[in-house]
Write a new protein. Sequence first.
Length: 201
Amino acid sequence: MVERKNDMNTTHFDEWAPGYETSAVQKLFFDPIHRKMISLLTRSAIGSPSTILDVGCGTGRLLRAISKIWPDAQLTGVDLSEPMITIARKLAPLYRFHISPAEKLPLQDQSYDLVVSSLTLHHWNDAAMGIKEIVRVLKPGGVFCIADHLGPKWAMRFFESGAKSNHELDAIFKNNGLETVARSWFWGWVGIRLAKQLTQG
């Protein structure tokens, strides 16, 4: 059992879990964002990743969509909500799932070709630490695709306290050796970024 004492409050997500898959928000909001993420990935010619991780995976919906594009990839999901992970395991028993915060991934260094994260960064306690962990588990030259509330710093005040401005995310990426190579938007306030890990030497 993962210690949650110092992690974000998961009560809302635990309570949402039973109706998460059938929520209208999925088809109206999350699914279109997932399609845009996948489109950005396929248009960017990243090849065929053999190992894919979703940080903040919920019930594994994005992973299941990704599996249609790369059916041979080994898929892993991480989420702090135990009820979400319980449902994810039932819906996709062949995938690997872990209960864990983004800031402390229970995964080996340099083990994933592609990491994705959809609308979860603004819920993390420490975005910089979460992205540092993602870079740790990325293989050299690996790809990170994220969708979250992004925009001018003044606009981010209207979203959750953890929302980052474009400038703030640029700085976090730079400090962790990530270079943004492609961008897209959904409804003008959900930014989608594809970044590659800069190889050393």
